[in-house]
Design a protein around this ligand. Sequence first.
Ligand SMILES: *Cc1c(COP(=O)(O)O)cnc(C)c1O
Length: 385
Amino acid sequence: MKIESRLAQIGSISEPVTGAVSYPIYHSTAYRHPKLGQSTGFDYTRTKNPTRTILEDAIAQLESGDAGFASSSGMASLQTIFALFSQGDHLIVSLDLYGGTYRLLEKIMSRFGITATYVDTNDLDALESERTPSTKAVLIETPTNPLMMVTDIEKVSTWAKRHGLLTIVDNTLLTPFFQRPIELGADIVIHSATKYLGGHNDVLAGLIVTKGKELSEQVAFLHNSIGAVLGPQDAWLLMRGMKTLALRMERHQENATKIACFLKTHLDVENVYYPALPEHLHHDVQNRQSSGNTGIFSFRLKDARLVEPILRHIKLIAFAESLGGVESLMTYPAVQTHADIPEEIRRAVGVDDRLLRFSVGIEHADDLIADLAYALEEARKEIGV
Ligand SMILES: *Cc1c(COP(=O)(O)O)cnc(C)c1O
């Protein structure tokens, strides 16, 4: 079946007793055992919950993996995966990284003796020169947030396999609708399902997908032992969002492309970073490994003084700190999502005080362009350029 059909049918044909089309929310934390030595397959809800299982099986199948795990947030998924590593282990990580992942590695995992080096994961020579006998995995985000750098997943995972390293891909920005890293050689896929998978800015959740029996068993053990699992209510809410993922992603992409084209010719805009644009540095890799583009992009203004009035004058677009929902949100990465990354690193990768990130929603593109055009014009008047 095509992915659109699989998405729309998540949980719909799974409840045999009543035939409920919307899968029930099982709140029970405990399950009766028929007799000594027997189980219905459910014992205690941290280990396994029927509602969560439907979600976990769905994401495993959508990502072409062997097992899925639902966590209480994207960060909880990352923390669970980092527990695969031990004191002395080293990771190679995408340079332009989600701020929370950087913070978890630098402020917490480092205290447990797990270190990370940040490189441009497109540069095989850079990867090779950072590899040490302690290196255990490479963690990539592609495209990165906010600068939309694309990494060739197949190239990196082939290199990683040759050296016995795991390839972990944060697939939050594209979702399995547009990109399936496991099919390109990755071992683990992570999602902040809070973003596109949930899609409505109303549920916090994380997902993990693993490839291979041994790795899946290891992660199942960690997921249950650490216990940062997703509650059944949120698992249901996430599945409800995922049913419309295909429609939403197509509209996000269409809107983002129109608005990126509007901005790239605007006289106050220096640069637009969006892999769908033919002039983007990694346009070809993106097209080769993904069937579409995310709904977020970033752009750099010519004058930093424009930022404050633009954020004050946008009306339809909300100045808020997230991405991937049906509502359009504008973020100022330098002071919001990336504030935990030291200034010199932030600037070196290009997250400076003129950069804005736009998570384009599913409103009408004309309304979004009108909102932006008005805010840019008012900002221009205020600073008098
Ligand atoms: C938001 C985000 C995370 C963290 O997920 P939460 O659900 O907020 O915990 C991780 N990676 C990326 C790329 C994200 O955008």
